[in-house]
Structures are given as C-alpha cells and as structure tokens.
Design a protein around this ligand. Structure first.
Ligand SMILES: *Cc1c(COP(=O)(O)O)cnc(C)c1O
Length: 435
C-alpha cells in the first residue's frame, strides 16, 4: 500500500458510513455491509484490511480498461493543469470538441449532434425531451407518449423510471406520478436465433394502434441490462426499427450499458445494422473515471427541434465537464488502439466454457453469455449479503441482484483471473444448494 492509503489503516469510520451514508438501493436502518476500498489498479480492488479482490463488475460495467490506468490518469492530470471545469453556456473547449468528433465518427452516420450530460439517467431524460420537442416543433404535440418493451432499465430519474419495467422497476411506488407509457412484452427470441413466429406481434399492434400519440420507441438494443440481463434477437431489433420508420415514430437506442464494445460490437445496434434517431451513451464512456453521458441525435431531429427558433430545453451545470470529456476521449483512443474484439471474443469463449457447466446445477434456471457478459440465472432470488461475503472471502468482487449472478469484467482481465471469477460463481451455487 502506498503512503496515500494510510488514512485507511484502522481509522476508517465504519459506523459513520453505516449510520449516515446512503448506498444505492439500501435502507438507512438496516443497511447491507459495505466493504472499505483503499485503492484499486488493473482488475484488482484493494480493501482497507489489505485483502485483494478480482473485479468481476467493472464497477457497474464502466471500468473497461481496469482501475488506475496510467494513460487515463495522465489525461486527467494534463487537463487539471489547464482547468477542472468551465461552464458550457457560451464557452467551449478542446476536450469537448475532440470527444464530440470521436462520437460522431464512431456512431451510425446519421447521428451528427451531441448533447453532453452527467449521467446515464440524464442522457435518457434528454433523449425523451428531444423526442417530445421534435414532435411539438413539427406541430404534432399529441405525439408525446413512449413505447418500450418489458424488462428494460433506463435509469432512476422520473422520465427514465417511467420506461423501466413496470413490475420489477419502481412504478408501484410512484404510480400516479409517473407518466403512463406503453409496454410490449419482453422479446422472447434469444440472441443468435431467428425470430420466433409472433414475437413482434404485440409490439406491432401497439405501435400501429397508438402511432398518432407516440413520440418514440425507447429500448436497450440486444442486451437488457439491469432490468434482467436478457439478450434478444437482432431480428427483433431490426423489426422494431422498421416499424418505427413505417409508423413515423422516433427510435431511441439506450446504449448506456452496451456501448464501447461490451457485446462484441462497438455498439449493440451494429448487431442488427440499424440506425436509431437518438442514441444514449454513458457508463464506459470515460472508462469508468468520471460521470459523463451523451445523447446523440440525427440532423433531422436536431433541425426539427431547432426549427423556427426552437431550442433544446436542457443545460446541466456540469455539462461537458473538461476533466470528464478529456478522460473519455483518451479512453476511446485506448479502446480503439487495443485488440478489444479479440479480448471480448476470448472472454466470451471462456465464459461459455466455464459458466456453461453451471447450467445443469439444480439451482440454475438459465446460463447465457454474450460478449463480455456472463449470466447465471437462479431459480430463486439470491441472498445478496451472504453471497457478497462468500465472494469477498474468495478474493473476488461480484454483486448479484434478484435471481441474477453475472460477470462483466474489465476487458483487460487475463484468463487466470477470469477463472477465479467463474469458480467463485460455482462456489456460490454450491452454497445456495446447501442452504
Ligand atoms: C446504468 C444505465 C442507465 C442509467 O445510468 P446512470 O449513469 O446510472 O444514471 C440507463 N440506461 C441503461 C441501459 C443503463 O444500463
């Protein structure tokens, strides 16, 4: 441990954390244990007590290059010497321009206009606002609802929550406050399979019936993340894109979880060869260094909103933060200069081999793997606190939710470390069976 970590030696105030700091989705009176992190580098998280954990989560899917990366550190330090922040109203700067150029170049050609914000949820809010303002500007304010599929997750703010899965999301808590949108069933056809007969029918019926009041369809292309870790057919996504065109409804692709290579393509839309009208990016955008998100729009959407003096009504205080845009630009350069396709293909093959054997386990309902994502779905909800203890005792960091034990490691993980992760998943299943 370096000298900088010394403040963690014994002086760590665990009770203050427990009594005063809210963690995600936790109770203030019965919190789950939180492990103290002293530092992290590569794929290893070092705890205050000196233990080391191999990271299987990439800190909620964003730390694709590993922690404490010298190049990313340097990008932030260089920008810090210039300025940490300036407002984006009336001012602009090189890191934002450079990142904007990269995003416009890498995403589907029609997406030419970039709005920077500070988190994925806000990127989704902005996307929804763009869609609504587009139809208002075109004199069709009645097109103000959204259509999506069940099992989605788009963030925790109100506009985003309203398009999360209505059952496992938070609709019941906020019913009467959330706008009522339309939900088709979750796509049933798995990724890699030809579309099952009838799988798109309910979606098609909804979009055809409600086209006059629909502003946009929003969905996560190919991989539904926090709403259930489900991988669905490219044919389904192609069908959705075609129905959106036919019925004059915008298509919003939420690639906050899938963007930047996680599924084996740079963006998951590429699996289906579709071009959305609006695209949301976040999570891996900065390589997991800082909170930054982007919403991209086509020229049609951007010019539509801006017609007759219209302006997009959004402007976060920390919009296009120079440190965040600088590290994002460097992270993308690192990714593109790396053999990321081979790395993801190797992770995918190893996950298939090593998690595949879990499929026969009596506690397991399903095992599925796509790109750098491996999922073991159990029959019953898991005891998150108990499994977290087990994983930490085995020197790995894996945080399951609901009936899902999953791995989404940094792309730079080596085969031996990945095996440690998959073996820990096996150990967790053994423990579930005993209990
Ligand atoms: C994580 C996530 C979000 C929300 O991003 P935050 O940065 O947590 O606000 C939105 N959509 C998808 C698909 C996500 O995975």
């Amino acid at each position: 441990m370096s000298a900088r970590d010394s403040s963690f030696d014994g002086s760590f105030d665990r009770s203050f954390d427990r009594e005063h700091l809210w963690h995600p989705y936790t109770s203030m009176t019965a919190p789950l244990p939180a492990f103290e992190v002293a530092s992290a580098s590569g794929v290893r998280i070092r705890l205050g007590d000196g233990r080391e954990l191999i990271d299987g989560m990439a800190s909620w899917w964003c730390v694709i290059h590993g922690y404490n990366h010298p190049e990313l550190n340097r990008a932030i330090e260089a920008q810090l010497a210039r300025t940490a922040h300036v407002m984006f109203g009336g001012l602009t700067h090189e890191p934002a321009i450079a990142l904007g150029k990269q995003l416009v170049a890498l995403t589907p050609e029609p997406l030419q206009h970039v709005f920077f914000s500070d988190s994925g949820s806000v990127a989704v809010e902005v996307a929804i606002k763009m869609a609504l303002q587009y139809w208002q500007a075109r004199g069709q304010p009645g097109k103000h609802r959204l259509l999506t599929v069940r099992g989605g997750y788009h963030g925790d703010t109100f506009g985003a929550m309203a398009v999360c899965d209505p059952v496992n999301g938070m609709h019941r808590l906020f019913s009467g406050v959330l706008p009522a949108h339309l939900f088709a069933p979750r796509p049933a056809t798995r990724f890699g399979e030809p579309l099952k007969a009838g799988d798109l029918d309910a979606f098609e019926a909804l979009i055809a019936t409600h086209r006059e009041e629909l502003a946009a369809v929003i969905l996560e292309p190919i991989v539904q993340g926090a709403g259930g870790m489900w991988f669905y057919a490219a044919d389904y996504l192609r069908g959705v894109a075609e129905l959106c065109r036919r019925h004059a409804v915008l298509l919003i692709a939420d690639e906050i979880a899938t963007g930047f290579g996680r599924t084996g393509r740079l963006f998951a839309c590429e699996h289906a060869g579709i071009d959305p009208d609006i695209l949301c990016l976040g999570k891996a955008l900065t390589g997991g260094y800082l909170s930054l998100a982007a919403t991209l729009a086509t020229t049609d959407v951007a010019e539509g909103i801006s017609a007759s003096g219209g302006v997009l009504m959004h402007g976060p205080t920390f919009m296009a933060n120079p440190l965040a845009t600088a590290v994002a630009g460097r992270s993308i350069e690192l990714l593109l200069a790396s053999p990321w396709q081979q790395r993801i293909a190797a992770i995918e093959a190893q996950l298939r081999r090593e998690l595949g054997v879990c499929a026969v386990h009596p506690a397991v309902a399903d095992v599925r793997v796509l790109g750098g994502i491996g999922v073991v779905e159990t029959r019953e909800p898991v005891d998150v606190a108990a499994l977290q203890e087990l994983f930490v005792a085995r020197g790995v960091w894996i945080r399951p939710f609901g009936r899902l034990i999953y791995l989404m490691p940094p792309y730079v993980i080596d085969p031996a470390d990945l095996t440690r992760l998959t073996q820990a998943v096996g150990a967790a299943l053994a423990a579930i069976e005993e209990s």
